[in-house]
Design a protein around this ligand. Structure first.
Ligand code: THU
Length: 160
């Protein structure tokens, strides 16, 4: 029997170690938490993406009394960005969250459904998306795209 080992390369850093460009995107995601509609979970998530035309699009989670009708910050952001700028590749995405107690010390990772949508966006534009997960104590930078967070992922290649 063979064994498959799948590795994920994730950089761990402090806020001060971000490049100016990454800081700008992270700050946009942090600011986006203010527009979150999270009256049920009280878990405010913000996301920001940088497009290849240098536009930054922000989004946040939008909840609903019928819980499954709500949407995560990552998908709100990507769907809006791709609706407004269908020709522009997404280069990077930052994610941040806060609760009533303030910003979270550790990064929050995207849920499975959001990972699948990030994967589709990468496929659509043929470009890996740099993913930055912000925490006040430490942050994670995933340079190589969503594959690092999604081993054995299903994409359009299997439909061919
Ligand atoms: N949420 C996000 O927006 N992104 C994530 O990556 C994880 C969870 C939202 C969904 C829901 O509104 C709240 O956080 C609690 O799950």
């Amino acid at each position: 029997m063979k064994e498959l080992t799948i590795e994920a390369k994730i950089k761990v850093c402090a806020y001060d170690e971000f490049s100016a460009e990454d800081k700008q995107l992270v700050d946009a995601a942090r600011a986006a938490t203010a527009n979150s509609y999270a009256v049920y979970s009280k878990f405010n998530v913000g996301a920001a993406v940088r497009l290849d035309n240098d536009v930054i699009v922000k989004g946040s989670n939008q909840e609903n009394a019928a819980y499954p009708s709500g949407l995560c910050a990552e998908r709100t952001t990507l769907f809006w960005a791709n609706s407004q700028y269908p020709e522009n590749a997404v280069l990077a995405m930052a994610i941040a969250a806060r609760t009533d107690k303030g910003e979270l010390p550790m990064p929050i990772p995207p849920c499975g459904a959001c990972r699948q949508v990030i994967l589709e966006t990468e496929k659509r534009f043929g470009k890996a998306i740099k993913i930055i997960l912000f925490g006040t104590k430490e942050s994670y930078i995933i340079e190589d795209g969503i594959k690092a967070l999604m081993p054995l992922s299903f994409d359009s290649a299997f439909l061919e």
